[in-house]
Design a protein around this ligand. Structure first.
Ligand code: ADP
Ligand code: ZN
Ligand code: ZN
Length: 682
């Protein structure tokens, strides 16, 4: 069997809730080597070993063997080295008198030709043995860090609340030691003989946390992220199915699908992170919500942790569905950073913004560099400029296949579509009127260019999906910053996610407005979370850090909430709107994306589809509308949104959706329609 425990039941539930098939889940989560029709995909890793041939496996014959090679000193040396390594002595030949070929050759400073000679003489032979790809931890295991008094209170609070409830929200400010509390909870779980799953939103975090957990748990820990290859995936899977399965899995969202035998605890760290939601392909599940269900099936408990909880989770804590524990002191009682707003609109009016950096920020950067500390600059756009436009006629380069303007990447000298990935050469002038093209807005590349001009010779790096394409390059960037080699790190939201840097005393949010202006009901919640999280990277350990927040609306209520580091105000403001406009947590949202190659046909289908739904669901149906990007890869998109009461029957809804779909697809003109559901979109 490749499944165990409640796995199949879990998948069935997911398929009902997320309106997909169990087959889609199976395809997405079971590693390729397990799909029976492609069984050859998995190739076990093997190691070559060396042992005595059966004919040569007695003490007498070993003596004879030495006679045979006494005129060949290299062979004699290698044989002797083998005898030593295999722990063969005068008295006995151990049953497993074998040595890894690579080690033997290295240790004896010999080579394959010498070994071949010994094989030809019938003395030694080689053979293959399966080897594990899972990394081994070989250092000494350390005891857990003792919790300080606040952490201990939180820990006891969590345990207390989990006596009655299945889920507890740990609302702990950045650097309060949530991770330390998790390690204690995990340790207790595995002492009771059960397994723990530690979920992280992002691969960027796994390296730091892996290091921290391995010190305490050694090889009881298995790591599962999106960049491990299929062979490693198969081995973790096999390991979990075996009788000495890993006790702890640290992983990204897809690890909820692993074959756990007996989970006792699931930690969802940074539970507010949108990357817990799978976007494409189906199943479009939310790993936090799915984890809570998985836990129920195992009789396990869940701890959600965040400094800026999602509105949904905080709501569930408020209404008593989840336990709630707060941790308001940073470890070593460092103050939360001081956030200083800077009004960029005013500065621009007075012509004092000569670069992307306000005079105050430049001054602070100089001070920080002088004192030997580090700087983080946050700008949530990659590339040089999000778009170009003609000074004369306002023409803007667009992707030929998507309805979106192209991002200018100066280093590659090209225009890139961030939806389909196509790149285009940079036009010298406007193709419509020959006018001059100017960049609109700015991204991390431009920040880097200006920083380099401002601080020549200071080591600067950029962390975004362009520079951190692989896990290795990402780890290198993090390592160089941790080690102090890089002094200024510029990044997108990648730098906001729970990374723990000790020497950062200054953080800047270069353009807060850009975070807030999204046509999405979660835009303010998300902006609050991003800004607080980024700010939280300042002044961990040691002393209070500073954050410069550049905005053209310092008086905006959301900016005010960020400045006061006042989560509840943000929550209350958002809750009013959510209730008024029928959004989560009061209502459940389901987006239906309709896709077709022909826009004229799609427009008609979308109206019909929405009409059929409206006949059954009334004003719970919104749309059809054109989404912000209404064409991707030459496929047109229309969007219908359902706002459904939380208590409504999912089964009844599913039936209505099925019927509607069948009626639409039965019309011959409509047959090439693609329908995608997104339940609880983020
Ligand atoms: P959070 O997860 O809440 O952001 P961390 O667990 O990363 O906080 O803690 C912040 C820093 O303080 C880390 O470097 C961590 O090792 C250290 N720390 C926190 N609590 C303790 C403790 N009880 N003993 C030793 N170090 C601690
Ligand atoms: Zn023009
Ligand atoms: Zn495109």
């Amino acid at each position: 069997a490749i499944l165990q425990g409640p796995q199949l039941r879990f998948w069935e539930w997911l398929s009902t809730y997320y309106l997909c098939s169990v087959g889609e889940i199976f395809k997405a989560v079971v590693p390729a080597g397990f799909h029976s029709e492609r069984a050859q995909v998995y190739s076990p890793k093997t190691d070559t070993f060396v042992r005595l041939t059966p004919a040569c496996a007695t003490l007498d014959s070993i003596n004879e063997a030495f006679e045979l090679v006494k005129k060949a000193p290299k062979q004699e040396h290698l044989l002797l080295s083998f005898i030593q390594s295999a722990a063969i002595d005068d008295a006995r030949i151990p049953e497993n008198g074998e040595v890894r070929k690579k080690e033997l050759l290295e240790k004896s400073n010999s080579n394959a030709a010498v070994l071949s000679a010994l094989i030809e003489k019938g003395i030694l032979e080689t053979y293959e043995k399966p080897a594990s790809r899972l990394q081994k931890y070989e250092q000494e295991i350390q005891p857990l860090n003792a919790l300080n008094v606040f952490q201990l209170q939180a820990y006891t609070g969590i345990k207390q609340s989990l006596l009655e409830k299945d889920v507890c929200l740990l609302h702990g400010i950045t650097s309060s030691g949530k991770t330390e509390i998790y390690t204690h909870l995990i340790s207790e779980t595995i002492k009771n003989g059960r397994q723990a799953l530690y979920l992280l939103p992002e691969i960027a975090l796994t390296t730091q946390i892996t290091g921290r957990l391995q010190r305490f748990f050694g090889n009881q820990l298995g790591v599962y992220h999106s960049k491990i290859n299929n062979n490693e995936r198969v081995e973790i899977w096999n390991n979990l199915l075996s009788k000495d399965a890993c006790k702890i899995i640290l992983g990204v969202r897809s690890s909820i699908f692993l074959p756990f035998g007996d989970l006792g605890l699931i930690i969802v760290d940074e539970e507010h992170e949108p990357s817990y939601k799978q976007q494409d392909p189906s199943p479009r599940y939310h790993a936090r919500n799915a984890a809570i269900l998985l836990a129920t099936m195992h009789g396990a408990k869940v701890v959600l942790g965040s400094a800026t909880p999602s509105i949904e989770s905080f709501y569930n804590a408020r209404n008593g569905k989840y336990g709630y524990v707060r941790l308001d002191k940073r470890f070593e009682e460092t103050e939360l950073p001081l956030i200083i707003p800077v009004n960029t609109k005013e500065l621009k009016r007075k012509k004092k913004m000569k670069t992307l950096f306000s005079p105050l920020l430049i001054e602070k950067m100089q001070e920080t560099l002088q004192s030997g500390e580090q700087i983080l600059l946050f700008q949530n756009r990659r590339g040089f400029a999000p778009s170009l436009t003609c000074r004369t006629c306002d023409w803007t380069p667009q992707c030929r296949f998507c309805d979106i303007s192209l991002t200018y990447h100066k280093q590659s000298g090209r225009l890139t579509c961030h939806y389909c990935g196509r790149t285009y050469p940079l036009p010298h002038a406007c193709p419509e009127c020959e006018g001059e093209l100017k960049p609109i807005g700015f991204g991390t590349e431009k920040v880097e260019e200006e920083i380099t001009a401002l601080f020549p010779g200071v080591p600067v790096e950029r962390m975004d999906t362009d520079t951190a394409r692989t896990k290795k390059s990402l780890e290198d960037i993090i390592f160089r910053f941790e080690s102090g080699a890089t002094r200024i790190l510029i990044g997108t939201q990648m730098i906001s996610k729970g990374l723990d840097f000790e020497n950062v005393s200054l953080v800047a949010i270069l353009n807060a407005d850009g975070l807030m202006n999204f046509p999405d009901f979660r835009a303010y919640e998300r902006a609050y979370q991003l800004m607080s999280q980024v700010a939280g990277r300042a002044g961990r350990r040691k002393r209070q850090g500073e954050v410069i927040l550049q905005t053209s609306h310092p008086e905006h209520p959301l900016i005010q909430a960020v400045l006061q580091q006042d989560y509840e105000t943000m929550y209350n403001l958002q809750m009013e709107e959510r209730e008024l406009f029928h959004y989560p947590p009061f209502y459940r949202i389901i987006t239906i994306n309709l896709k077709h190659r022909r826009e004229d046909i799609l427009s008609k289908i979308a109206v019909d589809f929405a009409g059929l739904l409206r006949a059954k669901l009334g004003d719970r149906v919104i749309g059809p509308d054109k989404p912000v990007v209404a064409r991707i890869q030459n496929i047109y998109i229309r969007k219908i949104v359902l706002k459904i009461e939380n208590k409504a029957s999912l089964h009844a809804l599913r039936v209505i959706l099925e019927e509607t779909k069948n009626r639409i697809l039965s019309q011959p003109d409509y047959k090439y329609l693609l329908i995608q559901y997104d339940v609880d979109p983020v």
